[in-house]
Ligand binder design. Sequence first.
Ligand code: ZN
Length: 287
Amino acid sequence: MLTKSNRSREYEENRFFFLVLLVALTSLPLSAFAADYSHVFEERYGTGSYLPSGNARSPIRSGSNDVWSRVNSKVNQPRSSGTNPHQGTDLQAAAGTPVYPILPGKVVAVNHDTSSQLGSVILDHDINGNGTYDGYYVRYLHINPTGDSITGIKIGDTFTTSQSIGVVDTQKSYAPHLHFHMTTSTASLTYKLYGFYRWVTEWNNGSHLDFISGDAISANVLYINAYACTDNTTNVYDVSKIELYYKRGSSGTWTKSSTLFTMSTPSIHRWSINLKTATGAATGTTI
Ligand SMILES: [Zn+2]
C-alpha cells in the first residue's frame, strides 16, 4: 500500500529545494489502497514550533494536568477504513471525557448536531497569550459541544485553556475518541499538529501526531520522521521503506533514486538520505 506526500525544502548552500517521497508500508495491518485524494492536506515543513515558546496543552486532562493520551491514528496516515488519508489525529478518550482548548481560543464554527457523532468546535487560537487570535485553527471532532460555563456554544465565544468546550461523545458511528487537527476556519484542509507539541517527549516531540514530520537538512543529508500509530497492541509501526523522487532544475523530469532512505535513529523513527549521493548531483546543483 502506498501513500504520496509532497515535500519541499529550501537549502541555501546546496540548493536542494524540492523532493517527493513515496512511502511504502508493508508492516501495517491494512488492506491495499491507492491514495485517492487531490488536496485534503497541506504539508508544513521543518522542525519549528508554531508557538514562540513552550507547547500547546493536551485537549485531555486529569484535573489540571495534561494527559498525553495514546494516539490511535495520525494526521495523513493511510488507512483502510474511514477517511484515507486520515485528516486528523485520534486520541484515546472515553465517552464523557471533558475536552479542553489546546490554547486560548475563540469559536469560529460549531456543529451541535451529534446524531452521527460529528459534533465539533473549531477554535481560532492565540499562540502567544497576547489576547489576539492568530489564525491557528484547530477542530475538535466527535464531541458533544457543551462547555463549562456557556450554554450552547456559539461563534464568537471565547475559552481559556481550562474551560471545557464539550465532552467526548458516546458511541454512535465510532468508538468514542477525540479527533483533532489543525485546519482552516472552515475545516477545508488539514495541517500538521507537530508544531504545537515540539517539546512533548510523550508524543515524540510532536511526531506521534503526524505520519511524516520533522524534516531537516544538515550538510547534504535529509532527515524525516515517518511512522504510523494504530489502535493495535503495539501501536507504533515503522514504514518499510522510503523512496526518493527528485528532479534537477525546475524543468527536469522526475527521477526515482535507486538509493533508499535508511533508518538513522530507530528510537524516534528517524530516517535519512544523503541527497548528493542519492541524486549524483554536483555541488551547487538545484534538486
Ligand atoms: Zn479521526
